[in-house]
Design a binder for this molecule. Structure first.
Ligand code: SME
Length: 156
C-alpha cells in the first residue's frame, strides 16, 4: 500500500466506492487492531473532511472509553445508554442524528458538531465499541453512510 490515499470528488457513493478498496489495502497484512482503527479514522477524515471520526471502546460493562480518533480532543468516557454513542451501544443499533441538539442527552464534546452517525462495532457477535462520526453541518449522514461504514467496520 502506498502511503498516500487517492482522494476523489463526486457523490458520497463515489467517494466511498473509491475509498473502500484503499482501506482494505491499508488493513491488509496488519493484525494490530489499534493501528488498523487509527488508519480507518485517518482515511475517512481525509476523504470526507468530517469534524471528528473515532472509536469508543467497551472498557467496563457500563462504560465506553475513547479509542483511536481524528479531530478535536474529545470526552474520554461515556456511560452505557448516555448520548448518541451510549445509546448505539446499549441498543446495538445505528444512530443517525441529523441535528444533535434535537437528540435527548446528546453529549457535546465539541460545540462545532451539528450532526452525527454512530455504529456499533461487532466482532464474532460481541460489541467491542462504536464508530462515531461528527460533522459541522446539519443532516450530513444517511443510509448510504450507514451502509458503507458498516462495510468498513466489517474489514476490521
Ligand atoms: N456526541 C457523542 C459524544 C462523543 S463526541 O461527539 C466525539 C455522543 O453524544 O455520544
Amino acid at each position: 500500500m502506498a502511503d498516500d490515499l487517492t482522494i476523489v470528488q463526486g457523490t458520497k457513493e463515489e467517494q466511498y466506492r473509491n475509498l473502500l478498496p484503499q482501506i482494505e489495502a491499508l488493513l491488509h497484512g496488519e493484525s494490530n487492531i489499534v493501528a488498523n482503527m487509527a488508519n480507518v479514522c485517518a482515511a475517512l477524515k481525509e476523504q470526507f473532511g468530517w469534524l471528528w471520526v473515532g472509536f469508543y471502546l467497551v472498557d467496563t460493562p457500563e462504560e465506553l472509553v475513547l479509542g483511536p480518533f481524528q479531530g478535536p480532543v474529545a470526552c474520554t468516557r461515556i456511560k452505557k445508554g448516555r448520548g448518541v454513542c451510549g445509546t448505539s451501544w446499549a441498543t446495538n443499533s445505528i444512530q443517525i442524528v441529523p441535528d444533535v441538539h434535537a437528540f435527548p442527552g446528546h453529549i457535546a464534546c465539541s460545540s462545532a458538531s451539528l450532526s452525527e452517525i454512530v455504529l456499533p462495532w461487532q466482532k464474532n457477535g460481541e460489541i467491542l465499541g462504536v464508530l462515531d462520526v461528527d460533522a459541522a453541518s446539519y443532516s450530513v449522514f444517511d443510509e448510504v453512510d450507514a451502509s458503507y461504514l458498516t462495510k468498513i467496520l466489517a474489514l476490521l
